[in-house]
Design a binder for this molecule. Structure first.
Ligand code: KIV
Length: 269
């Protein structure tokens, strides 16, 4: 980056990156210090994920995370990010009510410093996506393994195998038609993610969705080798490196050059 002024990442710029086949590096962030280090490493977007329920609060699921929790952590991250786009998760039930309720909740996250909100699911929720995007709130969709639906899904397992893949493709198209600017694809077969990525006009960000996605996201704690059981799509970027800063930089580089994830780190059909 020496001698080249780094531009802040905006919503239109993410769309341009897809058109120009430049991969998008995203990581979850929950506080100012790590957000600052990720921003300095060249991360394109920081996701204030409701995974904070697991990795920060020690809960079994993301369901108990409140809007107040998300507002607090979004503020912490947004104050430290100078270039990366800040995306904040709408927590469980903050988006599933009426459209005006969803707007009020999204507004609280935007006031805290989010530049985009992320919502899990599709189907009946697509109308709320259209309502928010028409009112100037950039929305990121999230389909596949959606942790807020853990109980209806019967656990944290790979989605979209067989015929169910057609439904996910239709969901992706419906979310894009409703106005999402970004789409997270979690834990789905790599060929399905490649098909969705080639079909939709907005960038796809994969987590356990293979290398063809327009970008990648990892939970920070996973990328730093913390935690117990490691899903196959996780790589420990701290291993063999001397510092957290170097780990973040290695992640950004691996996403940009397309070497993360590899075939072993993806789910086949
Ligand atoms: O909450 C989160 O961290 C997420 C990512 C896993 C995409 O939604």
């Amino acid at each position: 980056m020496t001698g080249v002024a780094r531009e802040s990442v905006t919503v239109p710029r993410l769309g341009l990156m897809k058109k120009e086949h430049r991969k998008i590096a995203v990581m979850t962030a929950y506080d100012a210090s790590f957000a600052q280090a990720m921003d300095a490493a060249g991360m394109d977007a920081l996701l204030v994920g409701d995974s904070l329920g697991n990795v920060v609060q020690g809960r079994k699921t993301t369901l108990p995370v409140t809007l107040e929790d998300m507002v607090y952590h979004t503020g912490c991250v947004a104050r430290a990010s100078t270039h990366a786009l800040v995306v904040a998760d709408m927590p469980f039930l903050a988006f599933q009510g009426t459209a005006p309720q969803a707007l009020t909740h999204a507004g609280a996250l935007m006031r805290a410093g989010a530049q985009m909100v992320k919502v899990e699911g599709a189907g009946v929720l697509v109308d709320n996506v259209a309502y928010l995007s028409a009112r100037g709130i950039p929305v990121c969709g999230h389909i596949g393994l959606t942790p807020q639906f853990v109980h209806s899904l019967g656990g944290m397992r790979v989605q979209g195998r067989g015929d169910e893949g057609r439904r996910l493709l239709t969901d992706a198209q419906a979310l894009v038609a409703a106005g999402v600017s970004l789409l997270v694809l979690e834990a789905i077969p790599a060929p399905l993610a490649a098909e969705i990525t080639a079909t939709v006009a907005v960038p796809t960000i994969g987590i356990g969705a293979g290398p063809a996605c327009d970008g990648q996201v990892l939970v920070m704690h996973d990328a730093l080798g913390l935690g117990g059981r490691r899903p196959r799509f996780v790589r420990d970027f701290l291993a063999g490196r001397g510092s957290i800063q170097a780990a973040f930089a290695a992640y950004v580089e691996a996403v940009r050059e397309g070497s993360f994830p590899n075939g072993e780190e993806s789910y086949p059909e």
